[in-house]
Design a protein around this ligand. Structure first.
Ligand code: GLY
Length: 408
């Protein structure tokens, strides 16, 4: 099978590794990819968010499947354009991608599907913002209604900060705060059916002990030793399957990865948000444990044939990823710092995210630069393996959290 993978981050490097490990994959192409993907795929400089350019490339390469990593191409309608010309595609169409593109739309679908979620108000004016903040009280949860690459959410006790963020968003969703730990559950969906991946947890704040601003995610681990064994099935029954049925009823079936951001609150399971693509960096941890060849599963989902795939199989133990970011992230990251990487080990390896090669030297080219993955018999062992390898990464301009995998 020939596959074209769209995107360039750590998530895409993890997806690429899992795809080429599938014996049915004969060629992997990536657009635009990164230096990590360059070692396992042919890279193309095509704009992944341009439907015309991606269709041209997929046709030129005669690929059997396109796998879409980030949200921007999905919202731009790249999956629709590919399906229109008969190319199997893993990723939702533009209308289904609005589940991530608009928090207000997601709330409406959740309400129609009976999915448990936080109470919320959609606000446009200063008066509406202040009324919603006063109705729910602190801590204030303020979400940009549009796409913000995982950075549009502010949770704060500071009313002035909450108002400032809300006013910078235009259309904004203000929600009741959900107590209890958060977790992510990904489901591979074929429009009607879905298969759950392992529950994972990510670390959204930039600093140790969850201090500092929100980021796209500074690390993650899976599975969750503290969670109920039935969690994945509960999310399938209460969230994923009803949402797929509601999307079908609306005539916009969801094909791709449905990411349920969960809060396990004192009042029970609640959905914080949906995303319509693999999470970054949770995917780097989750795929480290997947035994079932990934390409066959994504191809079956793209063709509406997940009933031909059995339950996914997993390695025993745990996996963990630590993100190495460029100094300044999530503000203005310092570009260009030189990076020298150690050799991968059987249970620890480096994934590239924001890197590029300048005159033969690997350098930083983004906020989140690397993801260091460790596997082990449990979360502590996976953590020791990841941080052990990270200690040997030579990147003077980088920083990372030191508490990934320690429950918070
Ligand atoms: N890990 C958060 C995200 O992918 O948006």
């Amino acid at each position: 099978m020939k596959i074209l993978l769209l995107g360039s981050g750590g998530r895409e490097h993890a997806l690429g590794r899992a795809l080429v490990a599938d014996p049915s994959v004969t060629e992997l192409h990536a657009a635009p990819g990164n230096p990590g993907l360059a070692a396992i795929a042919t890279l193309h400089s095509t704009d992944p968010a341009s439907p015309v350019a991606v269709v041209d490339l997929a046709q030129l390469l005669h690929v059997d499947l396109v796998v879409i990593g980030p949200e921007a191409p999905l919202v731009a309608g790249v999956a629709d354009a590919l399906r229109d010309v008969g190319i199997d595609t893993f990723g939702p169409g533009k209308e289904a991608a609005v589940l991530e593109g608009s928090k207000a739309f997601a709330k409406e679908v959740m309400q129609a599907a009976g999915v448990p979620t936080a109470d919320a108000r959609v606000c446009m004016t200063r008066g509406e913002i202040e009324a919603a903040l006063d109705e729910f009280g602190a801590p204030y949860v303020v979400k940009n209604d549009g796409l913000a690459a995982g950075k549009g959410v502010v949770v704060t006790d500071d009313r002035v900060e909450a108002i400032a963020h809300a006013e910078s968003c235009g259309r904004v969703v203000i929600e009741d705060f959900l107590d209890g730990p958060e977790a992510s559950l990904f489901a591979i969906c074929d429009g009607e059916r879905a298969l759950p991946l392992l529950p994972a947890q990510d670390y959204k704040r930039v600093g140790d002990n969850d201090e500092g601003p929100n980021t796209g995610g500074m690390g993650a681990y899976c599975p969750l030793p503290w969670a109920d064994e039935g969690l994945a099935q509960q999310v399938m029954d209460e969230v994923i399957n009803p949402t797929l049925a509601e999307m079908c009823r609306r005539g916009t079936p969801f094909v791709g990865l449905l990411y349920a951001g969960l809060a396990l609150t004192s009042k029970g399971l609640r959905i914080v948000e949906f995303n319509v693509r693999f999470g970054d960096p949770e995917t780097q941890a989750v795929l480290a444990l997947l035994k079932t060849p990934l390409a066959g599963v994504l191809h079956a989902a793209a063709r509406g044939e997940l009933d031909t795939v059995g339950e996914l199989e997993w390695r025993d133990g745990a996996a963990l990823v630590v993100v190495e970011a460029a100094e300044g992230y999530p503000g203005l990251p310092q570009p260009g710092g030189a990076i020298n990487l150690p050799e991968d080990e059987p249970d620890a390896y480096v994934l590239h995210a924001g890197t590029r090669v300048d005159d033969g030297q690997l350098v930083a080219a983004g906020g989140r630069v690397l993801g260091i993955v460790g596997r082990g018999a449990d979360v502590d062992a996976a953590r020791a393996n990841a941080y052990g390898l990270l200690d040997r990464v030579d990147y003077a301009d980088g920083f990372h959290r030191t508490d990934i995998g320690i429950p918070h």
